[in-house]
Design a binder for this molecule. Structure first.
Ligand SMILES: Nc1ncnc2c1ncn2[C@@H]1O[C@H](COP(=O)(O)OP(=O)(O)O)[C@@H](O)[C@H]1O
Ligand SMILES: [Mg+2]
Length: 405
């Protein structure tokens, strides 16, 4: 009999559940705590850089909520850059309706024609058509219409054992108000949920998104600051990183072992960022097996080789899209010891004077960082400082520079 092949367990990819989800215990506990609120006063924003594990963590919240008696609805808002108020409201109806479609909203007795006939009972179900009908026929603004639907949904559910409904939205930084089109979908959402939570309806919002998300919410409605608890996902610590690397290969029949020096090198090169951990491990795993298949008895894969692949697969695309002058600016930033944290415009200006490159002025730096933010390489945080929007970009840039010299 042929041995069962052991497929590569590592999963570098947006939203792909890892073979072992390391750490994140505090964040799960935070979420679990929010489910005990009655009434709901605090919602969650789960934020962090791309690849840090927001989507897969959000997925693990779902069974926690269900276990605690809550219903769970939600979607990915990646494509929501220009939605209107009606769009977002109907999106919510569509997300809710599968959860409640079996619930009876009303029983109507209809007289049957004919002498002595029993009246006929008709059940009106809480399906999408009904929700949409209520939405359409409620007078007022989109917000009033949506509130009417949510109130009806809860009035039907409150008689059941259901504790409440979690509405989870991934990539929520894409939501935005558009004054020029007179459409305020984000404000609508905040207004509606603040209002129904005040009335004691147990709807809990969980938004995940890039670090631009929370400032965006607060900009739309200042009360968002009090409405959300912000949980920022960061890198895994050393122990968690080790677990993410080793647990998936410590399974029966796994043909690959990852040695101690390799574990240390992966931990260091990945900076503890989950996507990079998965990427490096997946590559190492494959190239080990490829060498073995081609007859090498004791294959050696160095992490350095794999980091080079990371540079071409992950960073190069982003790097190639920036102009020469932007590259110079980013190189100056990469010279700052705090480049992987946050940095101020003044620090860049000062560094540029001693960098050997043509110096940058204040306004120039501001303007270029704004452009780089639009292209997703940097972002401005709540305190007016900037940070790289891509993890470990500083080290990549330094590797590039070293290769040039
Ligand atoms: N806690 C974790 N332990 C191990 N791998 C993780 C962890 N969190 C995320 N990953 C992996 O990292 C990658 C990015 O995760 P994802 O949830 O898509 O990030 P984000 O939504 O923040 O961009 C995926 O390949 C995922 O399997
Ligand atoms: Mg994601």
């Amino acid at each position: 009999m042929k041995a069962v092949p052991f497929p590569n367990p590592f999963r570098p990819g947006a939203g792909h559940p890892p073979p072992y989800l390391a750490g994140r215990e505090d964040e799960k506990a935070e979420f679990t705590k929010l489910l005990t609120q009655s009434p709901v006063m605090t919602n969650m924003v789960l934020t962090g850089l791309r690849g840090v594990g927001k989507t897969v963590l959000l997925e693990t919240f779902k069974p926690i909520a269900v276990q605690a008696g809550w219903l769970w609805a939600g979607t990915d808002l990646s494509e929501s850059a220009s939605v209107s108020e009606d769009n977002i409201a109907i999106r919510i109806l569509a997300d809710l309706s599968p959860l409640v479609a079996g619930v009876v909203a009303q029983e109507i007795e209809r007289e049957k024609l004919g002498f002595g006939a029993q009246p006929e009972k008709i059940q009106v179900l809480l399906d999408f058509d009904l929700l949409k009908r209520i939405y359409d026929t409620t007078p007022g603004l989109s917000a009033d219409k949506l509130k009417a639907v949510l109130e009806l949904v809860w009035s039907c559910l409150s008689a059941t054992s259901c504790k409440g409904i979690v509405l989870a939205y991934d990539e929520a930084q894409n939501l935005g108000d558009q004054a020029e089109r007179n459409q305020y979908p984000l404000s609508l959402l905040l207004d509606v949920f603040q209002s129904i939570q005040k009335k004691g309806l147990p709807f809990l919002l969980v938004f995940t998104g890039l670090p631009t998300l929370f400032p965006k919410l607060v900009e739309a409605r200042t009360f968002a600051e009090r409405m959300f608890h912000v949980v920022t996902l960061g890198r895994l610590n050393e122990k968690e990183c080790r677990q993410a690397i080793t647990i998936p290969v410590e399974q029966k029949n796994c043909p690959v072992t990852i040695t101690e020096p390799a574990i240390e090198a992966i931990t260091k090169s990945s900076g503890g960022y989950p996507y990079f951990v998965q990427f490096l491990c997946r590559e190492i795993y494959d190239s080990y097996l490829q060498q073995k298949a081609s007859g090498v008895l004791d294959p050696v894969v160095t992490v350095n080789q794999v980091v080079r692949k990371l540079d071409t697969d992950f960073f190069a695309g982003r790097w190639n899209r920036v102009t020469d002058r932007q590259r110079e600016l980013l190189s100056v930033v990469a010279m700052l010891p705090n480049c992987d944290d946050e940095f101020a415009v003044s620090e860049i200006v000062a560094k540029s004077k001693v960098s050997g490159l043509k110096p940058f002025s204040n306004s120039h730096v501001n303007q270029m960082l704004a452009t780089l933010s639009d292209s997703g390489l940097a972002y401005k945080n709540r305190y007016g400082k900037y940070a790289f929007a891509v993890p470990l970009l500083g080290e990549f840039i330094r590797r590039q520079q070293a290769a040039l010299n």
